[in-house]
Design a protein around this ligand. Structure first.
Ligand code: ADP
Ligand code: MG
Length: 223
């Protein structure tokens, strides 16, 4: 596998956390990995918690304009969906340019991780949702979801809707952004029973600034 797209059943579910964990683990195995966040909204320069800043820090790179532009060319200030955030900036995201940027990165790097934005059906432009982006890249992808009350319907509905586009994730990763009251193991069991054979993996809550570095092995998801 030369590339992996990371999408989610929603926002704030752990996509960046999973991508950072994977980048960390692949690097530790001697792979040259780049983690991209091509489209970022709610972006403020200097914010150490933005997804691009997290990816740059994990790669040991400074969050300067040049590095930011390389991993996150489409950055918008408004904390909205990308189509709306772009509109507020007087811009539109050109699907062709976005897909071509990703393809070039996949060609040039040993391993490219691409974090989407929002969930799998978040609009980027007219008639262009994250699912269309994944389809255009023909890259394998992970579906990340959270462990919270409501995750079963969000995750299974996403899986079903992806199926309508003939898209199936390599695996579902259930991350625990918070010490949730919903037991991770039961979420896992319910999803596994309904996911039609797609493997489901747990990622327990790992506290701390670099909690992702303590994640159990995820690299087997790439096989
Ligand atoms: N397994 C986990 N353990 C600890 N913190 C997590 C875990 N998964 C996600 N988080 C935290 O939850 C928040 C949302 O996760 P994030 O990866 O940014 O979601 P997304 O990229 O899907 O919006 C972040 O602060 C992240 O560090
Ligand atoms: Mg993110």
């Amino acid at each position: 596998v030369k590339a992996l797209f990371i999408t989610g059943a929603g926002t704030g579910v752990g996509k960046t956390f999973v991508a950072a964990a994977l980048a960390h683990q692949l690097s530790a195995r001697g792979k040259k990995v780049v983690a991209l966040k091509p489209v970022a909204t709610g972006f403020r320069a200097g914010d150490p918690d933005s997804d691009p800043a997290i990816f740059l820090r994990a790669a040991g790179l400074a969050p300067g304009e040049k590095n930011l532009a390389r991993i996150s060319p489409w950055r918008y200030a408004e904390p909205l969906s990308p189509d709306q955030a772009a509109r507020h900036a007087g811009k539109t995201i050109a699907p062709k340019a976005l897909v071509e940027y990703c393809r070039a990165a996949i060609r040039e790097n040993q391993m490219t991780l691409i974090e989407g934005i929002g969930g799998a059906f978040t609009p980027l432009a007219e008639n262009f949702l994250v699912a269309d982006w994944i389809k255009a890249l023909r890259a394998p992808f992970l579906l990340v979801t959270g462990s919270y009350l409501g995750t079963l319907t969000h995750t299974l509905a996403t899986l079903e809707a992806l199926g309508r586009r003939k898209l199936a994730p390599k695996a579902i990763v259930v991350s625990q952004p918070l010490e949730a009251p919903v037991p991770l193991r039961e979420t896992l069991a319910s999803l596994t029973a309904e996911a039609g054979g797609v493997p489901v993996f747990p990622l327990p809550h790992l506290a701390g600034n670099d909690g992702f570095a303590k994640a159990p092995d995820l690299t087997h998801l790439l096989k």
